[in-house]
Design a protein around this ligand. Structure first.
Ligand code: BG6
Length: 450
């Protein structure tokens, strides 16, 4: 990798869930694939006190646990962890940014990084603005007239509503130039979500069917079997709608409903995605009950194992009314999708973990077969399995061999796991790498960024 990609990745919130579950396993995977720069460091910061060595040990253990690594895949953990550093840090204390600056400068000179830093905000969203402001006050966002670069990565929830989202945007743009800001949505980094583009636009057979004439309805589901785990404090303020629907699932809807862009680049894809969002029919407050439902999980048993109810979870208010399940019916008012309902739903602590898109095609216009013959058939479905068991399934009706003319449902199934070289990179690998490369051409930077 070219020298000007050498960088220090500063993770704010390094003792949190996202860091241990996703960021560190993704960084280690990039390291194993030799995709990280020749010279790099990862500087973890959070309020918890760790020495560099204690942090390295913790992260090695986390990676083994959360990446589910086989023994043979653990060989590079030791050398990888030598790139890790830690700085105890309170994001609200301006003086701590002086310590951060000194630490960055020490690591930078030791490893000859050249001043390139990525700031990954993996903290509570309430800290996003103040971290950006404080970095600005200490001139840690400066790019030295192009001699080095600084980038900031922010994830959802991007504010709570339009007003707070606009304020956050303005706060960031006061400090950073637009091309320094990476607003990422990890669903767009998923191989299977990216593949929706390939499925739609590298195959000629789907596009003629991909509209209101042939599609009856579309379901987009992200069901999780886990509860809120240690994230009750964050989750209780946001709930299913803000945690999953307004970001991840709307982005998936965007890839399903988008018009073919003229070019496969960030601007074209973003512009077409924005048109989809602008065409979503607003739901009037008095109609919400007709279009949306929400719920909360209660104490129960899943596969024989007792699970806590949401209100009993750590850091959740005992009388919380935050939804852990939400479903909404949307219409996209344009020529392609007029009157086709899109059902979007997500929930935690559900019996199965599955994220998928199901395109339900219309029934045949004329019934050649009797109801009895069709008893085991359904209209065609195209199922895009985002996770787990990633793949694509087309359901068709076929004649059951033998006497009579019974129609049976069969599947044409493609599974990523059946590819001989089936390594499916985690979403965060792609997103972190794009940021290191400064790849603004990727379409997977969500709408709003350029
Ligand atoms: C995160 C949400 O953005 O996505 C979590 O905050 C959720 O609540 C997670 O569990 C789901 O991601 P994935 O990749 O496991 O489907």
């Amino acid at each position: 990798m070219a020298d000007n990609n050498n960088c220090i990745i500063v993770i704010f919130g390094a003792s949190g869930d996202l860091t241990k579950r996703k960021l560190m396993p993704a960084l280690y995977a990039l390291y194993r694939q030799k995709l990280l720069p020749d010279s790099f460091a990862i500087l973890g910061t959070s309020r918890s006190p760790y020495s560099d060595n204690a942090f390295r040990k913790k992260i090695r253990e986390d990676i083994v646990t959360y990446a589910g690594l086989k023994k043979s895949d653990q060989k590079l953990l030791e050398p990888f962890s030598k790139h890790l550093y830690y700085q105890a840090f309170d994001a609200t204390q301006l003086k701590h940014y002086d310590d951060l600056k000194n630490r960055l400068s020490d690591i930078d000179s030791k490893l000859k990084i050249g001043g390139n830093y990525i700031y990954y905000l993996s903290t509570s969203p309430s800290l996003y603005s103040s971290i950006a402001k404080n970095l600005g006050k200490k001139r840690l966002q400066n790019e030295d007239n192009g001699a080095s670069w600084k980038r900031i990565i922010i994830e959802k929830p991007f504010g709570r509503d339009l007003e707070s989202a606009q304020k956050l945007n303005a706060d960031l743009q006061r400090i950073f130039d637009e091309d320094q800001i990476y607003r990422i949505d990890h669903y767009l980094g998923k191989e299977t979500v990216q593949d929706i583009f390939a499925l739609r636009f590298s195959n000629g057979i789907f596009e003629p069917l991909w509209n209101r004439n042939y599609v009856d309805h579309v379901e987009i589901t992200a069901a999780e079997s886990i509860g809120v785990e240690n994230r009750g404090g964050y989750y209780d303020h946001y709930g299913a709608m803000r945690d999953m629907i307004q970001n991840h699932l709307l982005q998936v809807l965007g890839t399903i409903a988008i018009e073919p862009p003229s070019f496969f680049n960030a601007t074209s894809v973003r512009n077409e995605t924005v048109k989809v969002f602008q065409s979503i029919r607003p739901i009037k407050p008095e109609d919400v009950e007709k279009y949306a439902v929400q719920g909360q999980y209660i104490e129960s048993k899943i596969r024989g194992k007792k699970v806590l109810g949401y209100r009993q979870e750590k850091d959740v208010a005992p009388d919380s009314r935050t939804a852990t399940y939400a479903a909404v019916k949307l219409y996209i008012d344009n020529w392609r999708w007029g009157d086709v309902p899109f059902y979007i739903r997500t929930g935690k602590c559900l019996p199965t973990r599955v994220s998928e898109v199901v395109i339900h095609f219309k029934k045949t216009p004329h019934h050649l077969f009797s109801q009895a013959e069709l008893a085991h058939a359904t209209p065609n479905q195209l199922i895009i399995r985002i996770q787990p068991d990633e793949g694509i399934l087309l359901k068709l009706g076929m004649k059951k061999p033998g006497a009579g003319f019974d129609i049976k449902e069969v599947g044409m199934d493609f599974r990523y796991s059946e590819l001989t070289d089936a390594y499916i990179p985690e979403a965060y690998e792609r997103l972190i790498l794009d940021c290191i490369l400064g790849d603004a051409t990727t379409p997977w930077r969500p709408a709003g960024s350029s």
